[in-house]
Design a protein around this ligand. Sequence first.
Ligand SMILES: Cc1cc2nc3c(=O)[nH]c(=O)nc-3n(C[C@H](O)[C@H](O)[C@H](O)COP(=O)(O)OP(=O)(O)OC[C@H]3O[C@@H](n4cnc5c(N)ncnc54)[C@H](O)[C@@H]3O)c2cc1C
Length: 382
Amino acid sequence: MDFSLNEEQRQFRDVVHNFVAREVKPHAAEVDETGEFNWPAVRKMGPLGLLGLEVPEEYGGAGMDAISAAIAIEELGWGCGSTALAISAHNGLALGPIVRYGSEEQKQRWLPPLATGEGKLACLSLTEPGAGSDLQGGVTTRAVREGDSWIIDGNKMWMTNASVSDLMVVLCRTDPAGGSRSLSMLLVPSDTPGITIGPAEKKMGLNGSPTHAVNFDEVRVPQENLLGEEGRGLQQTLATLDSGRVGIGALAVGLAQAAYEEAVRYAKERRAFGESIAHFQAIQWMLADAATEIDAARLMVYRAAWLKGRGERYTKEAAMAKLFATEVSERVCRNAIQIHGGYGYSREFPVERIYRDTRLMTIGEGTSEIQRLVIARFLLGL
Ligand SMILES: Cc1cc2nc3c(=O)[nH]c(=O)nc-3n(C[C@H](O)[C@H](O)[C@H](O)COP(=O)(O)OP(=O)(O)OC[C@H]3O[C@@H](n4cnc5c(N)ncnc54)[C@H](O)[C@@H]3O)c2cc1C
């Protein structure tokens, strides 16, 4: 067993870290305040491979291994939760299924512009006003075949990147009879007539990550826009979420690392009772717990990514990594605010924003309850 990153992974981490420190982190507060998407930084990500992390090089991607991809998302999370979520969703949720299930023609058409940053981003559209955790039973957006086309009707919710995307991967019901083979994924160009993107949701955090409801009204796409197999949309979605959960776990580790670093810095500076608060055991314990838990979370994320890279089943490990890393991040961010005292509650200090940003991580791409359900099913052989 070898716990160290290889030379290539270390170099990539350093390159991404320096890029994020220069182009992303300094703008995180402004992005949060204004809700402006950080296009200037995202535009520069194409040449670095950040927009096509696991896309094979022949389609314009970086062809990275799964651990390097997780490291990139972790570094982005360390810099800015909003920007990291946009890039994680683009890579893991939208490009991932195209790489895995796309026909040669679909890959040739869509991946190069999306992976190099020539085009805009992509997004995955699963959730609906009445369906989140229970997609099989709840999805009502339907796609009906008419001649050589699919006609899509329905309402989707909470689409990350909807307004900054060229392409939507949309989960639709293609068999009204229901059941586990009644859903399919369709590739829908964002400018197709009949698509209405709602205003940006007003959220608690991640304000620079655009989230929208989207209405599909008789949206017509060619039959060849079916992604993967008809009726296998649920299974393709679950596999996509396994991968996405490694990304969210990594993002949560990055957010926790950023909050922890702020807390260490502040603890050394702030004085009370004649010495820096870093001398108080209560503060030291919070920092020691944070460092320990971040370390464990990072290792779990890397393990899940490693299994994924080896082509092994990693559903349970991805759920464990996502569950643990996101809950650790909440604890670490909460305590980082505690260490800052009153200043931690102020928008002047980054820990307040990081705490709001990390709150989503235990909800998106499967809540903590759903992760426990996935893990328990494996434990109990259900
Ligand atoms: C900022 C943001 C970005 C998002 N981005 C995207 C995106 O890009 N694409 C997309 O498709 N979706 C996206 N989502 C949606 C997100 O994935 C869902 O919100 C999430 O999966 C939970 O679904 P829900 O909100 O419908 O909650 P529900 O499924 O209604 O759950 C409500 C509560 O019930 C619990 N619960 C449900 N079922 C069970 C069960 N069987 N056992 C125990 N507890 C259960 C849940 O854990 C939760 O606590 C985003 C959401 C947000 C807030």
